[in-house]
Design a protein around this ligand. Structure first.
Ligand code: SF4
Ligand code: SF4
Length: 590
């Protein structure tokens, strides 16, 4: 918190280990004299320290402290027979190389440089020049620093876009491990533009360029939104748009990045600003309205599915840039559950329940995906609720606003989210559990929706495993030691690190065995996998992280919590994994 952030400019200093206590004490006195806080860590056995004083590099007074403090540290090191660098960090401190290597070694260093890089093409200006001329080396304050650029952006804008400003470039998001959630678009493209760091950097540069024109993103010019990209192909915002279009919206960055750089949150706001200047593709309107269109479409599901599957339907999808669209369930969850005697109510009607009914109720919060496309999941949750001796009451699905946020319709998102949380407030006021189903929608309440509308009088829904962990399960009639293999939705994995442990515990208590597969994103991530331009990457991600594990066991043993993930397995491995609730419903006999 605060404007000052740790800046790694006293990196990797080394003193003989026996001098370390004295050196540290002197260093602390130096930093405290300047009124600076700092982080300090290192390798005590070899006398090596990494020290990061907190500075606000957008403040010229703070930036000006780098040189005097560096030079004071150099004096301290010389007093303690130390070095400015152990292994790394020489680059931009090359102006001090001569002092540390000494008059005898420095020319030899230049000779090595000359032998391998006579034309000074590799890292020119750092460490040593081929001719050993120290004037060709950059000074620590002659290189352009990020703070000089960042400070061109108005402070209010920097605050509003703090995630972009806070990226400190540490590169944790450049992760190639297929079992880690962060960052699928980087893993599959290997292009840094398609990482959180790349996107945060582009957003900062976009803000800076707007500031140079005297604009802020929220009031960027009222040029006709009918303008096409080709009308101004050199506008820098197109580069930002392209980088953000490659983001899957998996939210791994929001939790796995050490400073929680949340790219999807900024993408929504960027798109709102971008499309004040440039026309939107028709596809955006369709996808943004998805949660609103699904209920009427579901009432004529067979006709809609036949139309989507027909030649003209497929041609239209292709023209819109869509691929492999899912079909609607013939009987949606509301119909199925009503037929099974489960109450399906509007949130407005829950107050009609009697006190006795309320005391036994568990409210199941419907969402678009499981209600209209995959109704086996809400049906299974209702069965599990019954199996534990309680009464399921389904709150009829209404748009959460997630699809609008993803497409950057921020005003409509805000209004939709507000209406939905008012409904939720009525339900949560009854003091009974409210359980969501699809993890990506359920977690939207805790994040984007809470951020957009605040959380005065409503509580976000629980995930099924969170609710089940607080519920007594009856002794299972039979145990099954043959393990089920669960793939968690990647947003759930990162936002709820206890999800795997909670599902394992619920299965164990139900006499079942569960292993949770360490995996990254399946490549579907909501609508990403249905966009024509992402087909190769969507499949690439599935192959990278899911296919082998999903296809290695009996399909009946493969489970997935996310609707997107189940669709992705269906389209690339040819079977639909069950939701873990479906297995529990069978096991508990609800
Ligand atoms: S992990 Fe976060 S702070 Fe580090 S480079 Fe990536 S986005 Fe920036
Ligand atoms: S949301 Fe996912 S794909 Fe997008 S930047 Fe963050 S980690 Fe990468």
């Amino acid at each position: 918190p605060g404007r000052r952030k740790p800046v790694p400019f006293i990196e990797d200093t080394v003193v003989p280990p026996e001098r370390l206590p004295e050196y540290i004490a002197a260093l602390r006195t130096l930093l405290e004299r300047h009124g600076l806080e700092y982080a300090m860590f290192g390798h005590v056995d070899v006398g090596c320290l990494h020290v990061r004083p907190a500075l606000d590099m957008t403040d010229p007074d703070d930036a000006a402290l780098v040189r005097p403090i560096t030079e004071a540290v150099i004096r301290l090191l010389q007093r303690h027979q130390g070095l400015l660098w152990g292994e790394h960090g020489k680059g931009f401190r090359g102006e001090y190389a001569r002092a540390f290597f000494g008059e005898a070694l420095y020319p030899l260093l230049a000779e090595v440089k000359r032998a391998f890089d006579p034309d000074n093409r590799m890292n020119p200006g750092k460490i040593v020049a081929p001719d050993g001329d120290p004037s060709r080396i950059e000074g620590i304050d002659t290189v352009p620093l990020r703070g000089e650029y960042d400070r061109q952006i108005a402070e209010a804008v920097r605050r509003h876009w703090s995630d972009a400003m806070n990226c400190n470039g540490n590169g944790v998001c450049f992760d190639w491990d297929a079992r880690q959630a962060i960052c699928p678009s980087y893993k599959v493209t290997r292009d840094r533009i398609h990482s959180p760091k790349g996107r945060a950097g582009l957003l900062r540069e976009w803000l800076r360029r707007l500031a140079r024109e005297g604009l802020s993103p929220e009031d960027s010019p009222g040029v006709s939104p009918r303008r096409r990209r080709a009308d101004d192909p050199d506008d820098f915002s197109h580069a930002v748009y392209d980088a953000l279009q490659g983001c899957l919206g998996c939210k791994a960055c929001a939790t796995q990045c050490p400073v929680h750089v949340d790219i999807p949150e900024m993408r929504g706001r960027f798109l709102a600003s971008y499309h004040r200047r440039y026309r939107r593709p028709a596809r955006d309107y369709l996808l943004g309205a998805l949660e609103h269109l699904a209920p009427p479409a579901s009432t004529i599901a067979p006709a809609v599915n036949a139309a989507l599957d027909s030649g003209p339907g497929r041609r239209l999808s292709r023209r819109l840039g869509l691929a492999d669209l899912p079909g609607f369930a013939r009987a949606n969850a509301h119909r199925r559950l009503s037929d099974a005697g489960v109450a399906v109510l509007d949130a407005e009607s829950v107050t009609d329940l009697s006190d006795a009914e309320i005391r036994r109720s568990v409210f199941v919060l419907g969402d678009t995906f499981t209600t209209y496309l995959d109704p086996a999941v809400p049906t299974a949750l209702a069965s599990v609720v019954r199996a534990v001796g309680l009464t399921p009451v389904v709150i009829a699905s209404r748009p959460s606003g997630k699809a609008l946020q993803v497409q950057g319709f921020m005003d409509a998102f805000h209004n939709t989210a507000l209406a939905q949380t008012k409904r939720l407030a009525r339900v949560s006021s009854l003091g009974r559990p409210v359980v969501g189903l699809d993890p990506s929608v359920t977690l939207t309440y805790r994040d984007e929706i809470r951020r957009a509308v605040g959380q005065a009088d409503w509580s976000p829904p629980l995930l099924p495993q969170e609710w089940l962990n607080g519920v007594a399960l009856s002794q299972p009639a039979a145990t099954d030691t043959n393990a089920y293999r669960l793939f968690l939705h990647c947003t759930e994995q990162t936002a709820q690190p206890r999800a795997a442990e909670q599902w394992r515990a619920v299965f164990r208590r139900s006499g079942l065995t569960l292993e949770v597969v360490p995996s990254g994103c399946c490549g579907m991530a909501g609508t990403y996998g249905h966009l024509a331009e992402h087909q190769d990457h969507s499949r690439g991600l599935y192959d990278l992280s899911w296919r082998e594990s999903a296809e290695a066991v009996d399909p009946a043993r493969v489970l997935a919590t996310g609707y997107s993930c189940r669709s992705q397995v269906q389209r690339f491995s040819g079977f639909r994994p069950a939701h873990p609730l479906e297995v529990l419903a069978r096991q508990l006999g609800g």
